[in-house]
Design a protein around this ligand. Structure first.
Ligand code: BGC
Ligand code: BGC
Length: 974
């Protein structure tokens, strides 16, 4: 394939066909030139990498069994099951393999991602110039081994945090401590369990996004963490059942971008490095990693160039613009090249086009080659282990030392990796002990005991030291946690203004009216206290919030999803706990049914339910990271229904409450959209609150909303459809492998979530951006002000504001990589060193670099500074609207601006896209003018031919403003 063609798009494909032929399954065998990145992998397989051991980490038999369950969706036990499983797998692999091989002319579908070499060096941005300057002085003094040490993790459980690289001791560069995750400090005590990303997204409140990030970072710093492994903006939420969507902020790139950037700024304001993850398109858990799902390779997300830019990579660009220190590349393949070995993605898009100045780290075991990933732009490998967890065999470490000594990884590349990492450390002021006290973590991820060893992953004898100091870092962060939870609660239905309710139940007059209705229905006299029923396991504490490891089960009230993005709850205020406290018990009697067994169908409890005058029923839906499963939720949800019989419970409560006439309030805790069709239209289901994943302050936040202390102002960060099918073919998780390498073609392109519902004219149950309030708002007076002329292309890319450091490019002496005698070697710990005799055998040779390695790529017109071409961020247009609180109580409104592109021949545009939002508090009668600044990027589309962001110069842009994606009363044009 001709080089110039390959540069035009993300896919090695005819750019004019950029929407079709996404994978081998589409035919077009001509597209399968050998993959640049894979060539390097092949090479490294032969030469500079430890033997590929595709062993399953532990209990291989169980893995195979779980694969069977994955594929067949049923359970079996014992050996017959295993044998059958093996047979079925074999057949499947044969069938899938035959299919793939036939289509790809005996080659797996490699080679759809074009080459982009060499890695652009960090140090071109004015914003980082000082840090690079300092970094170059430090790196200039490092030995080869020290440099390699900085790039390579020491191995799984070889430090106190989930990731630790090696220090460069002699020059004073410390070991960096990396810790999950996006909602709090994982595996730590005395920390805050903040609400999850999806709840933060639902607040639509920039200040809270920032404040949560800041509080999170204060805790990280005080626990001794340099690098937080969050925020998460990928998965974006293409599939509503995707297991980890809840770690991110919602199914729209603009919302993710703003929330991600605000979180990054909040975290980094406290001198902690933020990591934006997972780059990119890790949209589902099934097949995300080799072997975790039985298949030898990770799934490939096959995405066209425009869709990648406008959807999946978009929020990452915001994070880069916000100055993020680190990017984590994802497990999956992108266009059949592993994300952590994809040169187009890391070198081209991230480092050249977006001008990323920090470092790229691999997701844990997402690196699959040594030289290949280095050349493709990876800067740090985590946790250090290579093909297998915790076996001490790294693709880098000693192998990177070897690769530099034999000339296969240019020293320049290693220098850039290290410089990027050290510059990020300076950039965050971590060299300054007044801002960032130098201390190892004061907690261990691996034990709750006070004493322990520093590298529990190694079986070598080690001294017991204090590993847990139990430092309390929570301060008053519960306040922020509660505010986010409250503002992230979405009021979906409120017939007759049932909510807010009073702590005293109903006033005498309303109570009398209520009772006479119930009495008519039940034929029974009601008197005494106001009787409220609380239903559902999700209302109560269950067996406590931390009974399942990494929160990987659904029991008790749901405060977060599971996986590396979850924490140990310091406490979890359940809804029933705060209701018990807050209702005035002299006037209100609470009747509790804290399970989903519908046990109130017995005669006695039936009577009890009959007497209830108000019923609050809780239900939920959980999911998490694919390394753990709960019942039929294997990371991804199998559907988007309520779990544990939630639908039945709600229907039953509605039927029984006050003989079917009692008012019902439904409260949902969920990782994403759930179907509500079975009960949403029941006449006595008057109110519905969608509380997302509220974290530790769950019950308190809910009470604030129920009692009207806080007027609900959350809005949906995704669409709630009437069926899973309504989300379209692109909205479906791929549960069964469709080949040896599962292929997921993002054929729907830009049309996910509301973009799909709009295009197909499907009525959602509740649209993206929807949320009610106890007051009402009126929008008026939309004005469009042009600040810059409409031109198709941004200004030419600026010349770099700074020059990357340069160092000697001579291959260092082999002695710099030899294992020093004075170091005691821990078993399986990853060191950068080689043995003396190994070093002596190394010869500098000529190596077959990846296809396209020698071709200098043209620099992107969209690049040139941190965040890309600065002109993309220039404000082109401002839209102003007035909004007034014309209702009875104080409340916050979320004005949203959606954009409609002018028509353009040959370019398809979504009906509308979100391009602005704000949140303002208004007293009754008060009004404010909201200003929506629109940047050039906001108004552009990604043009695959021109490889740049292009504004449409003919026709008119239309702006629509209102309170949801389908309630947009004001329009204006430009
Ligand atoms: C997850 C990452 C996480 C890492 C470290 C991986 O399995 O995908 O999000 O940061 O583990 O725990
Ligand atoms: C880690 C994950 C990893 C899993 C593997 C978890 O504890 O945090 O990152 O995927 O273990 O078993």
């Amino acid at each position: 394939m001709a080089r110039d063609e390959s540069q035009q798009g993300l896919l090695r494909d005819d750019p004019s066909k950029h929407r079709r032929s996404l994978s081998s399954n589409d035919g077009d065998a001509g597209a399968f030139d050998s993959d640049s990145d894979l060539d390097a992998t092949d090479y490294i397989d032969r030469e500079a990498r430890p033997k590929k051991t595709f062993q399953v980490q532990s209990r291989p038999q169980r893995r195979w069994c779980s694969f069977l369950f994955t594929t067949l969706g049923r359970r079996s036990k014992g050996c017959i099951g295993v044998v059958a499983a093996i047979l079925v797998i074999w057949l499947l692999l044969m069938a899938g393999g035959a299919f793939v091989y036939k289509k790809a002319k005996e080659e797996p579908p490699y080679g759809q991602s074009p080459p982009w070499y060499p890695t652009p060096k960090g140090g071109i941005a004015s914003t980082w110039a000082k840090s690079y300057d300092k970094a170059s002085k430090l790196v200039g003094k490092m030995t080869l081994a020290e440099k390699v040490n900085v790039t390579t993790g020491t191995g799984w459980q070889m430090g106190l945090a989930v990731g630790t690289n090696g220090p460069a001791v002699h020059v004073g560069f410390p070991q960096l401590q990396l810790q999950d995750g996006p909602l709090g400090i994982r595996f730590a005590d005395n920390i805050t369990a903040f609400p999850a990303g999806i709840t933060v997204g639902a607040t639509w409140n920039r200040q809270l996004m920032y404040a949560r990030g800041k509080a999170h970072a204060i805790e990280a710093r005080q626990k001794g963490i340099n690098v937080l492994l969050g925020p998460c903006v990928g998965p974006l939420g293409r599939m509503p059942a995707g297991g980890r969507n809840w770690e991110g902020f919602g199914a729209d790139p603009y919302l993710q971008g703003v929330a991600g950037a605000e979180t990054v700024k909040g975290i980094q304001s406290e001198n902690v490095m933020a990591t934006i993850k997972h780059f990119v398109a890790n949209e589902q858990e099934h097949f995300r990693q080799p072997w975790e799902w039985g298949l030898p390779h990770a799934i490939s997300s096959n995405i066209d160039d425009r869709t990648l830019h406008e959807l999946y990579a978009w929020p990452f660009a915001d994070a880069v613009k916000a100055g993020v220190a680190a990017v984590m590349c994802s497990y999956n393949q992108l266009n059949n090249s592993y994300a952590c070995g994809n040169s187009k993605l890391m070198n081209g898009i991230l480092k050249d086009e977006m001008g990323f100045q920090g470092f790229v780290m691999s997701d844990w075991l997402a690196q699959h080659s040594g030289v290949g990933t280095a050349l493709a732009g990876l800067d740090m490998t985590m946790p250090g282990d290579g093909a297998t967890w915790a076996n001490g065999q790294s693709f880098w470490g000693p192998e990177l030392t070897r690769a530099v000594l034999n000339g296969s990884v240019p020293l320049e590349r290693l220098n850039d990796m290290v410089t990027r990492i050290v510059a990020a450390w300076y950039q965050l002021g971590q060299d300054d002990e007044t801002k960032f006290p130098k201390q190892p973590p004061n907690f261990s991820s691996w034990t709750n005991d006070r004493m322990g060893v520093l590298a529990p992953g190694s079986s070598s004898p080690q001294d017991q030291v204090v590993v847990n100091q139990f430092v309390n870092v929570q301060a008053n962060h519960s306040v922020i946690a509660r505010e986010v939870a409250a503002e992230g609660t979405v009021l979906l239905k409120n017939d007759g203004g049932l909510l807010p309710i009073s702590r005293n139940g109903l006033d005498a007059k309303r109570l009398k009216a209520r009772r006479s209705v119930i009495e008519r229905a039940t034929g029974k006299q009601h008197e005494g206290k106001f009787k409220i029923g609380v239903f559902g396991e999700d209302a109560g504490p269950g067996d406590g919030p931390n009974v399942c490891k990494d929160r990987n089960c659904n029991q008790g009230t749901l405060g977060s999803g599971w996986g590396s993005g979850a924490v140990e709850f310091p406490y979890l205020v359940s809804p029933v706990e705060s209701l018990r406290k807050q209702f005035d018990s002299s006037k209100v009697e609470l009747v509790e049914f804290l399970d989903n067994k519908l046990s109130f169908s017995g005669n006695d409890s039936n009577a009890a339910v009959d007497e209830l005058e108000l019923c609050i029923v809780f239900a939920n839906s959980d999911s998490g990271e694919g390394f753990a499963k709960w019942e039929d939720v294997k990371g991804d949800r199998p559907n988007i229904n309520l779990q544990k019989g939630g639908d039945e419970l709600i229907v039953k409560v509605a039927g029984g409450c006050g003989g079917g006439t009692g008012d019902v309030i439904v409260v949902i805790h969920a990782v994403g959209p759930v179907l509500m069709e079975k009960w949403i239209d029941l006449p006595n289901v008057k109110s519905v609150l969608f509380a997302n994943l509220p974290g530790q302050e769950s019950g308190n936040a809910l009470a604030q909303i129920l009692f009207g202390d806080t007027n609900p102002s959350g809005h949906l960060p995704f669409t709630i459809g009437k069926s899973l099918e309504d989300y379209g073919a692109g909205g479906q998780v791929l549960y069964l492998p469709n080949g040896v390498i599962a292929q997921q073609d993002f054929k729907e392109g830009l049309y996910i979530d509301y973009r799909h519902f709009d295009k197909m004219n499907i009525e959602p149950r509740f649209e993206f951006g929807f949320g009610l309030s106890y007051t009402t708002f009126k929008f008026d007076n939309l004005q469009v002000t042009q600040l810059r002329r409409k031109t198709a292309l941004p200004q030419p890319r600026p010349t770099p504001a700074a020059t990357p450091p340069s160092y000697s490019t001579n291959i260092p002496d082999g002695s710099e990589g030899v294992f020093p005698l004075e170091i005691r070697k821990l078993d399986k710990y990853i060191y950068p060193y080689l043995e003396k005799d190994e070093v002596q055998k190394i010869k500098v040779g000529k190596y077959p670099y990846p296809d396209g390695y020698e071709t200098q790529q043209p620099l992107s017109g969209a690049g040139g500074a941190e965040g890309g071409n600065p002109d993309l961020w220039a404000i082109q247009v401002r839209v102003d609207v007035d909004v007034k609180n014309d209702g009875p109580v104080v409340g916050a409104v979320v004005p949203q601006l959606y954009l409609q592109y002018p028509g353009k021949n040959g370019v398809d545009f979504p009906v509308k896209v979100l391009r602005g939002f704000d949140k303002v508090f208004l007293k009754p009668g008060e009004f404010k003018t909201i200003k929506f600044p629109l940047t050039r990027r906001d108004l552009s589309y990604w043009d695959v031919e021109q490889q740049n962001w292009v504004m449409v110069t003919e026709g008119e842009y239309k702006f629509l403003v209102g309170q949801s994606s389908r309630d947009l009363p004001l329009t204006g044009t430009w």
